[in-house]
Design a protein. Structure first.
Length: 172
């Protein structure tokens, strides 16, 4: 990972470990596909295991884990509320509820955005560069801002494809 902040790398690793512990597959370790070491990163990639992602979505993502994701992401609380289709007051109220878990549709959106953040922090040298890229219109993305595209799953896939090209130096 290129990220200049080793603390961010550590937080990403912890979040992925926490996500894996939410799934039965990580507890039983029955499937070797649930563990994928990313080269040079030294942590298990939760995002490589689609069955684990589905399980977390169906069970609902705990607010405590959302807080960790939110803290490493470049998005404000207002942006998170907008992505999730709720008000910031609703997010504040949910934070106060003991053991609150998001609905599956919101859990899916949180994990989609976490996946974008994970790849974005890997592709850019700093989180500031990543956030700046998200806010600028991209020629490769039809002159749209990546932050506007990640609001739906089809746009998220386009942004992920572009981040992969950036990470591997493909600027065609």
């Amino acid at each position: 990972m290129k990220s200049e902040n080793p603390n961010v790398s550590k937080q990403l690793s912890e979040i992925q470990q926490d996500l894996l512990t939410l799934t039965d597959s990580s507890r039983s370790k029955a499937s070797s596909s649930s563990i994928v070491e990313e080269p040079g990163v030294g942590y298990v990639s939760f995002f490589a295991n689609r069955m684990a992602i589905i399980q977390v979505i169906q069970n609902g993502l705990p607010f405590s884990l959302f807080e960790k994701i939110k803290n490493i992401s470049p998005f404000s609380e207002m942006e998170w509320a907008d992505f999730l289709g709720v008000s910031s007051k609703t997010l504040q109220r949910q934070k106060k509820e003991a053991n609150f878990s998001f609905k599956p549709i919101q859990s899916e959106k949180i994990l989609e955005l976490a996946e974008v953040v994970n790849l974005g922090l890997s592709a850019f040298d700093t989180s500031e560069q990543f956030y700046s890229w998200l806010k600028e219109p991209s020629f490769a993305l039809g002159k749209m801002k990546p932050i506007d595209l990640i609001r739906d799953s089809y746009g998220k896939e386009l942004v992920m494809d572009e981040l992969n090209r950036i990470e591997f130096g493909i600027f065609a």
